[in-house]
Design a protein around this ligand. Sequence first.
Ligand code: HEC
Ligand code: HEC
Ligand code: HEC
Ligand code: HEC
Ligand code: HEC
Length: 414
Amino acid sequence: MVGLFRIVGVSVALAACAGETADPPVATGPVATPVADSRTFATLDDFLAGYWNRPIPPQGPAPDGWSSLDASLAPADCGTCHVQQYEDWQTAIHSSAYSPGLAGQLVSRESDNFRFVRSCLACHGPLAEQQAKLPLPEGGFGTNPDYDPQLKHGGMVCAACHVRGQVRHGPPTREGSTAPSAEGMPHGGVVRSEYFEDSRFCASCHQFAAPAPNGKSLQNTYEEWLDSRYATEGVSCQTCHMPDRRHLWRGIHDPEMVRAGVTIEWMTPAEVEAGRVGIRVTNSGTGHRFPTYVTPAVDVILELLDAEGSLIPGATRSAEISRRVGVEGGSWVETTDTRLAPDSSMVLTYPAPSEARFARGLVRVRPDAFYRNVFAGLLAGSLTDTARVLIDAAHEASIASPFMIFDDTVSIGR
Ligand code: HEC
Ligand code: HEC
Ligand code: HEC
Ligand code: HEC
Ligand code: HEC
């Protein structure tokens, strides 16, 4: 997460990388060695222990007899056979994880601060083949002979989730069997595991370990889910974000997904004090806090209108649903947290002046509220020309991303 690391990370990372040279030697051998037998990931315990060690070790040479298509890690090549998954994935945010907002922060550090680059690619491009350099046994970084820049631009590519040591891993068959598929199939078949249906599969990137301002990690999605009824009811991340195994991963940037996760309603006169109007927002279908991250914000707005339908001057009230964090003295601090835990509600009420005849309620989602400020801050500082073009594009996109999920006017019956 962008500035989250950036603000605290910069000086630390620079100090740690003082020994690196701008033009590193070729790596004599990657520190991360290919997995000898990745079929050992067949059990849940093995998966939890090693599947998400990052960077994901180089895949090594493909087995003899594989076609170049079978051996390819490129999403478009997987997509020649897995058409639906590839089409879905192209529309998903995972496929743009190597985004302008990220790239703009990495381009100028590729040469002199690869430690920083690598810390970001752990989630935004986790295969060894996506990383220009690998750590040298003696310290520092060397050129990675397996580096594929095009794969890096794919972000969270198919292989990041499905391929280890050239072995393709996948979920149980639809009938529930985890028996490995027969030999002679493309890419040597597939090793199947129920781990693909487990929320812990996603937690590796969507749950941060530290820092944890106010006792809650900056990305606390898995913990929030564990605390909810969804965990006990067996409703996983995949149930909601990959319905019918679709590779869509819709979230806070998708109006339809957000609408499906909340209920917004006017309060009845019996529910509010006399002379007040009110609106209630309930997290009715989101499997973690609404929203889960520190980066989006949701505005709930009430406006009162007169008999002509004109806004009464000053008769507007709003509340923000978000978790606001900042850095104080080098540490993360939480200033407010008004996010809605699963099944909880917030209400916004407002005393209606006597001339008020109508109330208008609005709920606006700003998916990139935090990043917009981060990008503006970066643009105000010094950037290389390439970085500036990228950050500028990210800033524009963050300005364009807000949308309304509710806009309704009711008579308040006087
Ligand atoms: C533990 C996994 C993880 C790491 C490490 C990580 N990110 Fe992210 N990042 C995410 C997730 C998940 C999101 C999407 C959620 C959100 O919007 O916060 C994200 C979103 C972003 C975004 C906003 C969306 C976009 O692509 O424009 C930027 C920018 C970003 N990260 C930059 C960085 C930078 C820079 C680093 C390294 C300093 C980094 N990230 C490290 C997981 C990670
Ligand atoms: C030449 C065609 C072809 C290419 C290319 C290909 N696959 Fe497959 N894949 C198949 C076939 C056929 C099966 C069904 C085999 C089986 O069930 O054992 C399969 C099975 C799978 C499965 C299990 C699917 C299930 O039904 O549960 C996964 C996951 C998978 N492939 C991932 C990938 C990924 C990731 C790539 C790219 C790195 C890829 N495949 C490239 C043909 C291909
Ligand atoms: C973020 C991780 C992730 C990425 C990226 C990803 N997948 Fe998957 N894939 C999964 C998970 C998890 C499942 C199982 C979902 C479930 O069981 O609900 C799955 C299931 C599948 C299946 C089995 C589908 C079925 O109907 O049984 C295939 C085939 C597959 N993926 C191929 C691909 C291809 C091809 C790509 C790239 C275009 C890709 N995946 C990208 C995580 C991922
Ligand atoms: C290796 C890291 C990684 C794994 C594993 C992973 N993700 Fe992500 N995910 C990311 C990153 C990085 C982003 C943000 C990309 C960006 O915006 O630049 C993201 C974005 C998302 C988003 C979109 C958020 C938004 O802003 O709307 C959803 C939803 C999501 N992931 C769900 C899942 C689910 C469900 C799984 C498990 C099946 C999963 N992810 C596994 C790294 C990962
Ligand atoms: C009961 C359905 C449900 C479950 C279970 C669920 N989500 Fe979500 N998720 C949603 C909905 C609806 C949204 C859109 C509203 C929002 O952003 O909070 C969302 C949004 C997101 C986002 C966008 C960022 C944000 O700030 O909200 C990410 C990332 C995400 N989910 C990841 C996960 C992960 C990881 C898990 C499992 C630990 C998970 N989700 C479990 C329904 C679910």
